[in-house]
Design a protein around this ligand. Sequence first.
Ligand code: PBG
Length: 328
Amino acid sequence: GPKVMNIPIRPRRNRKTEVIRSLCRETLLSPADFIYPVFLHDAPTNDAIDSMPGCHRWSLEGLLTELDEIERLQIGAVVLFPAIDDALKTPRAEESYNPDGLVPRAIRAIKESHPDIMVITDVALDPYNSDGHDGIVSENGRIRNDKTIDVLCNQALSHAIAGADIVAPSDMMDGRVGMIRNALDTEGFKDVSILAYTAKYASAFYGPFRGALDSAPKSGDKKTYQMDYANIREAIREAHLDEDEGADILMVKPAGAYLDVIHRMRESTHLPIAAYQVSGEYLMIKSAAAAGWLDEEKIVLETLTSIKRAGADMILTYFAKAAARLLH
Ligand code: PBG
């Protein structure tokens, strides 16, 4: 007969049934972990976004209907990304702090109709800037850090006045978290939080998003402000700065190719960490699934669980609705 082997330690015993696997599971995904990024535009129609199948540029009304579904799925937070008419884009991005601009109007409408949904706004100039950069571009083509921060503070304030719960600077200018915190506090918005895009890499994974908002840089790239994807110590340096400047939550972006950064940041700070599964990550899964090459539902849950396992407390993902449905 078969030889009796001496293998007293058998990890497979903890995998023998779904019940024991559930008991031993270390990372649990929940709809409460998700932040849903939504695109909106100043038009009466809901337009499908070619570069991001399954996503839409919502009208204000369409967005409110979409939020009914978000609430039913128990997703608690959204982040707003506006597509701005070309005619409103200027070198100084004045539209970014127009109190009656698309984002402040959307915030007021959401707070009126869905007061319990947490509204997060993107603070950066690229949708408003005729140069397509997150900052103000000077005549010699350089990004003007401190001048940009003035505008970002105005933008963050206009969002706070309209009722935003959290502002999320995604621009990567130096010192902007502290200056925005100061601007908010000076105007009495001490309860408005800052979710800092702390380690935002110069990434080709943002391509489909820039298509969605028509916000790609008109010249050059974003490498003088977004981080070099070869670096991780630099991410921790940024984390310490943002923490010292008063950030409430730190973000790593993109997520899937940067799990080591999420993990290292988790070990370097006690602040909550957000990770952004960005448009290119979404599109890779969508296109492989559309071709019949991958099982979309399984891949979605696996990638999101991995991001959480790496150390993220919350995840921005275009799959928020789909994943919440699967989890329910
Ligand atoms: C703009 C911004 C970008 C994204 C979020 N905010 C694009 C960029 O920095 O070029 C990308 C999100 C995504 O790809 O899903 N400040």
